[in-house]
Design a protein around this ligand. Structure first.
Ligand code: ADP
Ligand code: MG
Ligand code: MG
Length: 900
């Protein structure tokens, strides 16, 4: 950075003008950029100036020095304020007081707080009292200043000041601060100064410029304090220069009963209703509202109390919404009947509110549809809308048992059970249950399915419980270490409270809360606003969105959410269930081809029925069916589990010892890198044949019913073109036999997963004989990083915490490594087969930043679990809109007034 005296470090605003604007957040911070903007469009903003984040950067890099030229600009800035306010800094006759406010590009708790009333000292306080005729105001401002300056600039423990005021109130026999007289407050100022002297060994600084200098330095310095650094780490905030500092003329909400201060949203952030929503306090200064010293009043009361101010505030809100094209969250102060705006920003809101605000603002003509789609609803907001939620307005704070990870959104209510078996049995008896486990494993899926929701005391966002629950759209709170699960007692405790089997609890998988008792739930509302908004998103979207679904009901659900096909139908789940699993085991453990064939024949009708259900559900949409993928031992019982082995032995009419021996022979050291995927189909082509036959017989059956069937057969885990050629041949031979036997046919495609890095490298070879590619980014991530997803929980969180990894690559697609393979595979594939259809079917397909990436990589579709489909639709639409914007000439930023 150049640091000549010409560099501009100070941007002034006030009196309807400004030197900066809202597009300069990285230079002026969010607060500063918006103060400049608001001043530029003529809103009533107390004049002030913003010191840039670049100045902060210099300060941090140069051991606390200011860059050359900044000192003068800061002084000139004060002069600007003096002229604008017709008051003078440090002048007892007609004093100007200022606030010093921090503000980085992103809001960041942990940095220095605001100092109000700076520029005051004994003489100024006396003059201020004279000038305003309000001695109480002057000494109240003075004592607050010493308190805030002492706390935030010098680091004196705030409780020391609190104790002093409490003691004074006791001495005077009064309850509240407002009952203290001007003389009391003057007394308090002396006591505060003594505290300051004792704590620092120095006199309280009288010189306003010295106060200003120290306060600016304290804001700059707070950028690198532990709390702020830690906050940026946790929240993945990198690449910011520093914090800006705003110096602004004080206005007084505590001047009289015709003065007030408050905060307000331009619309209700909980419901989206178009009414001012907020709180205010009469005769109070800004921080009183937040500090909770007095109970603020609802903003609606202002309409009666200060009608003309209320109208003015409403006008400002309308103006801001029109200008920003979004709901705003603002701070205001009324000084003797004059309204001032002190801050604005885009307001945070719930999912339902986001949708209502977006559709209302379009209807009101404030924004157009593309703006609403691009800016007013976040993809994550939609997830809140698809599931039941806790009813709003119900206070359950006292019943919260603990908080875990919000692993799968939605709320659920049920009676507590501790085993998967109990969950199934209770559910059969018509009970709603919540399955509570330390962790879950694949054996628990039946019980997980039967439960309304799942709660675990251990495990992260990619734990088994979390992944399975998200896939099904079932609410799940994972890793809630506030509770201790005791399987023997069938209970869990959170310290004081013990929850027994059968007790009712409620979980909120969107927030991670676990609540005792039955919370009232609110059902999702998918028609109306939701479908209207989603249809707008679809207008701008260019990339298709499919779903990962294994059953007819899941497929229907996904269609309701707007899926345009199935991108991944896993066939392995079809082999579970009482009779199926026995035949599957018979097939796996068979010793002759005849035996194997007989078992496969028995399995075939099940598969055919399942495929037929899915084809019917997806009438007119493509269905990608993946051939058997997991290692076979996943279908077998544990060799050491006594009961199960005996049971299987009886079913297969073999000795238990024989079964045990066979089970041992199927064990693998690294099953995920072992005998699975197309490797099974290559060594046991009968499996592929059976699956292909079931698939195409189902396709012809359903087609005969008049359904438009579009099957796409997908071969998993291919790493060489030879594997794919082999499997393709087996499939084609089977298809031809089916077509001949039936004297009928159907159009179909045969393609492959790209999930082994070698396949991405060999994509041009494979593409010459494949109809489509689908990136399986779960395995591709595992194999590119060499991380076992099932074991990564021991080190991945640490990697993310220490920023060795920016994000968990199993949650958000790793653009640099895995992403490069996706791009390369797509390019190489299309170089050999122009127009090759390419999609992605890993869990990433429903994660917004990964969807953006897929759009940029020019994929034809993403595929994700049913409940993520709307998320992916919106993310894909936003990606298209952002891209369109990039290719437009940039419009000149608005609201950029001339220099003040
Ligand atoms: P935060 O980021 O914590 O909201 P702010 O800088 O917005 O900090 O200030 C804290 C409080 O002080 C707010 O209520 C704000 O309205 C009030 N405040 C800040 N500057 C002034 C000022 N110049 N005049 C009156 N009140 C102010
Ligand atoms: Mg703050
Ligand atoms: Mg604020």
């Amino acid at each position: 950075m150049s640091t000549t005296t010409d560099t501009k470090y100070v941007y002034r605003f006030g009196n309807g003008r400004s030197e900066g604007n809202r597009h300069q957040k990285s230079l002026l911070g969010g607060k500063g950029a918006n103060l400049n903007e608001m001043s530029g469009i003529g809103l009533p903003i107390p004049p002030g100036y913003t010191i840039t984040t670049e100045a902060c950067r210099y300060y941090v890099d140069h051991d606390g020095d200011w860059p050359a030229g900044m000192e003068t600009q800061v002084q000139d800035g004060i002069q600007h304020l003096e002229e604008a306010m017709d008051r003078r800094f440090g002048d007892p006759e007609n004093p100007l007081l200022v606030s010093v406010r921090s503000g980085a590009a992103l809001s960041m708790p942990g940095m220095m707080d605001t100092v109000l009333n700076l520029g005051i000292n004994d003489k100024v306080a006396a003059g201020f009292a004279d000038a305003t005729g309000n001695e109480r105001l002057a000494y109240d401002a003075y004592r607050r200043f010493i308190d805030m300056f002492g706390d935030v600039v010098v680091g004196i423990d705030r409780s020391r000041f609190e104790n002093a005021i409490t003691k004074l109130k006791e001495e005077r026999g009064v309850e509240s601060d407002v009952e203290l007289t001007a003389a009391d407050l003057r007394d308090l100022v002396d006591r505060y100064k003594a505290i300051y002297r004792k704590a620092t060994g120095r006199m309280f600084p009288d010189d306003p410029y010295k106060q200003l200098h120290l306060a600016i330095n304290a804001v700059f310095g707070s950028w690198t304090n532990d709390r702020a650094v830690r906050y940026r780490q946790i929240n993945d905030i990198t690449g910011l220069k520093g914090t800006a500092v705003n110096v602004q003329a004080m206005v007084y909400g505590n001047m009289s009963n015709n003065s007030a201060t408050g905060v307000c949203f331009t619309r209700d952030p909980g419901t989206g209703e178009n009414d001012l929503y907020g709180e205010f306090l009469v005769n109070a200064q800004g921080e009183d509202v937040v500090a909770g010293i007095r109970t603020p009043r609802d903003i609606s009361e202002m309409q009666k109390l200060m009608p003309s101010i209320y109208d003015e505030l409403q006008e400002v809100c309308d103006h801001l919404e029109e200008h920003y094209g979004d709901m705003q969250d603002l701070e205001f102060t009324v000084e003797e009947g004059t309204l001032y705006i002190l801050q604005t920003r885009d307001g945070k809101r719930t999912g339902p509110a986001a949708l209502t605000i977006a559709t209302d603002m379009v209807d009101e003509g404030l924004v157009n549809k593309d703006h609403a789609v691009k800016k007013l609803v976040e993809p994550g907001h939609l997830e809140q809308l698809l599931h039941p939620q806790f009813e709003t307005g119900v206070d359950y704070e006292d019943d919260v048992l603990g908080e875990g990870l919000p692993a799968s959104p939605g709320a659920a209510v049920g009676r507590v059970v501790f085993t998967a078996e109990d969950a199934e049995n209770w559910n059969d008896d018509g009970e709603d249950v919540i399955l509570v486990r330390v962790e879950t494993s694949p054996e628990d899926v039946g019980g997980m399915d039967a439960a309304e929701g799942i709660l675990t005391s251990r495990g992260g966002m990619t734990s088994h419980a979390a992944v399975v629950a998200r896939g099904w759209g079932k609410p799940c709170v994972a890793g809630c270490d506030d509770i201790v699960v005791n399987y023997d007692q069938k209970s869990f405790t959170n310290g004081e409270i013990t929850v027994q089997e059968g007790d009712w609890i409620s979980i909120n998988g969107s927030t991670g809360e676990v609540v005792l008792g039955k919370q009232p739930l609110r059902d999702p509302e998918l028609s109306g606003e939701f479908s209207r908004f989603m249809s707008w998103a679809d207008e701008f979207r260019t990339m298709a969105v499919r779903t990962n679904a294994d059953t007819g009901p899941d497929a229907h659900q996904a269609l309701d959410f707007g899926a345009e096909g199935i991108g991944l139908c896993r066939t392995e789940h079809m082999f579970f269930g009482e009779e199926r699993i026995t035949e599957m085991r018979r097939m796996i453990l068979s010793e002759s081809a005849d035996e194997e064939q007989a078992a496969l024949e028995a399995l075939l009708p099940y598969q055919r029925t399942d495929f037929a259900d899915i084809f019917r559900a997806m009438d007119g949409h493509p269905v990608t069916i993946r051939l058997l993928d997991p290692p076979l031992h996943e279908f077998l019982p544990d060799a050491n589990a006594d009961g199960e082995v005996e049971e299987l032995a009886e079913q297969l009419d073999l000795a238990p010892e024989v079964i045990r021996e066979k089970l041992r022979s199927h064990e693998e050291f690294n099953p995920m890198l072992g005998h699975r995927g197309c490797r099974l189909g290559v060594t046991q082509p009968a499996i592929t044949q059976m699956q292909a036959r079931a698939l195409f017989e189902a396709a012809l059956d359903v087609q005969a019913e008049g359904v438009d069937v579009q099957p796409e057969v997908m071969v998993p885990l291919v790493s060489t073109v030879g594997e794919f050629r082999h499997q393709k041949q087996v499939i084609e031979d089977t298809v031809n036999t089916v077509f001949e036997t039936r004297n009928d046919s159907v159009d179909y495609q045969i393609g492959t997963m790209i999930e082994v890095p070698r396949a991405a490298l060999q994509a041009d070879q494979i593409a010459t004989i494949a109809d489509f590619f689908s990136f399986g980014t779960n395995d591709l991530t595992q194999m590119t990083f060499g991380y076992s997803r099932d074991d990564a929980g021991t080190f991945l969180p640490h990697y993310v915490e220490t920023e060795i990894l920016e994000k968990d690559p199993f949650q958000a697609l790793d653009r640099n490594g895995v992403g490069e393979l996706v791009e390369m595979g797509t390019e190489r594939g299309r170089s050999a087969a122009p127009g090759l259809k390419v999609g992605i079917c890993g869990e990433h397909g429903g994660e917004p930043s990964s969807v953006y990436f897929c759009y940029e990589a020019d994929l034809d579709y993403v595929s994700c679990s049913p409940y993520r489909v709307p998320v992916a639709r919106l993310a894909a639409a936003q990606a298209a809109l952002v891209n369109a914007e990039k290719n437009e000439p940039t419009a000149p930023p608005s609201g950029n007034g001339a220099a003040a």
